[in-house]
Design a protein around this ligand. Structure first.
Ligand code: MG
Length: 387
């Protein structure tokens, strides 16, 4: 079997929303695989979309320009390594490159599943689990509203809820990290929000805090101490990802579990986190870390350290499905992230839709990833910066 084409779409259904990158790999045997390579904001999805287009269209074969077209799609690891080395030789080792690779890798696993006639999760000597528990998001800003929403989501069956209670100030005024401090009022609003949520849901529902890397070290330590009485499940990205020394300083100074990983891009980024015991939970993003193949390697590495893995999901439906298929065969799997408020958007992109009941995702038993892209919908909502 040979790869004959790589199709890519950058779509933006909501004017003020984000852009999603979907792709499809076609073969000479009529089997196609789908993937997602959505980047984070700031136009990253356009960059990744153009990288995919360049990869498809580049015809020069000298100068280490290993191609995708013409390769056997079942040689997933070989393609991964050749493309990874092709695009990182000039510097950098993650980010846009691993995002592009993620989309390609997922599509190749979809093809392999279709060839074998089995869902992806059955290709790894699994499954270990019957289904995939999800956690979802509570909107911050008003402690009473957050408490009411937390109560209602817990009643729906969610056993863990995440929020960034400091984002009303930090998201607006300090996004992209400059000073890393928060005002007394902003901190108090955040702590009050978590206190109200804990009161509303009782002791049995996990409350997870995402700090989005917004804080400097003293602020992160101060807030972690003030969150302690509310028995939080984890304090995510207390500081920006670039300094493991800053993370170590926070880690050694607080008594709440730490979670990092959405901005770590491959197995090598996770080695110091595990070796130096800088986090209790890892949350690689399957669209940013290099796809199903790389997520499995990171999860296996974490298993050696008895560290649970909980995939980060802030993109589209293939993000969730690919992470879920992978986690079905990962013994140290914890939960998959999900935002119930984005469910209609996710479902517009695919058929069949996500099967979520009582806070749990049930995977399709059909071959491959178990869904197909709604290309008509995607093409009707292309990002204006793309076409
Ligand atoms: Mg996060």
């Amino acid at each position: 079997m040979k790869i004959t084409d790589l199709k890519v779409w950058v779509t933006k259904p909501e004017a003020n929303g984000r852009s999603f990158v979907f792709l499809r790999i076609d073969t000479d045997e009529g089997i196609s695989g789908i993937g997602e390579a959505t980047s984070s904001g700031g136009g990253g999805s356009i960059v990744v979309g153009n990288m995919a287009r360049f990869l498809r269209d580049s015809t020069v074969t000298t100068d280490f320009r290993t191609s995708l077209i013409g390769q056997d799609p079942e040689n997933i690891d070989r393609i991964w390594h050749e493309l990874y080395r092709r695009f990182t030789g000039g510097g950098g080792s993650g980010g846009f490159v691993t995002t592009l690779l993620s989309g390609i890798d997922i599509a190749l696993w979809d093809i392999k599943g279709k060839v074998m006639g089995r869902p992806i999760y059955e290709l790894f000597a699994g499954p270990i689990w019957d289904n995939i528990p999800l956690y979802t998001h509570v909107a911050p800003g008003d402690p009473d509203k957050a408490a009411a929403q937390a109560r209602s989501l817990a009643a729906e069956g969610y056993t863990a809820l995440k929020t960034d209670p400091f984002s009303p100030e930090m998201g607006k005024h300090h996004r992209r990290y400059m000073r890393g401090a928060i005002s007394a009022a902003g901190a108090a609003l955040g702590i009050d929000t978590i206190a109200a949520m804990r009161e509303a849901v009782g002791p049995d529902v996990e409350i997870l805090i995402d700090a989005h890397g917004n804080f400097n070290v003293p602020t992160a330590i101060n807030l972690a101490h003030r969150l302690e009485p509310y028995d939080i499940g984890w304090f995510e990205e207390p500081v920006q990802p670039n300094s493991n020394e800053a993370l170590r300083h926070v880690k050694e100074s607080v008594n709440v579990p730490i979670c990092v990983g959405e901005r770590l891009y491959h197995r090598w980024d996770f080695v110091p986190i595990l070796k130096d015991r800088l986090a209790e939970y890892l949350m690689p993003d399957i669209l940013w870390c290099g796809g199903i193949s790389e997520m499995r390697k990171i999860a296996n590495l974490a298993e050696s350290f008895y560290i649970p893995v909980s995939p980060h999901d802030a993109s589209g439906p293939i993000n969730i499905l690919a992470g879920a298929h992978t986690m079905m065969a990962v013994p140290n799997f914890y939960m998959v992230e999900f935002n119930h408020a984005a469910l209609n958007l996710h479902d517009a992109f695919i058929s069949p839709k996500l099967d979520i009941r009582n806070g749990v995702l049930h995977l399709p038993e059909t071959p491959g990833i178990g869904t197909e892209l709604n290309v008509d919908y995607i093409e009707a909502h292309l990002d204006p910066d793309w076409e």
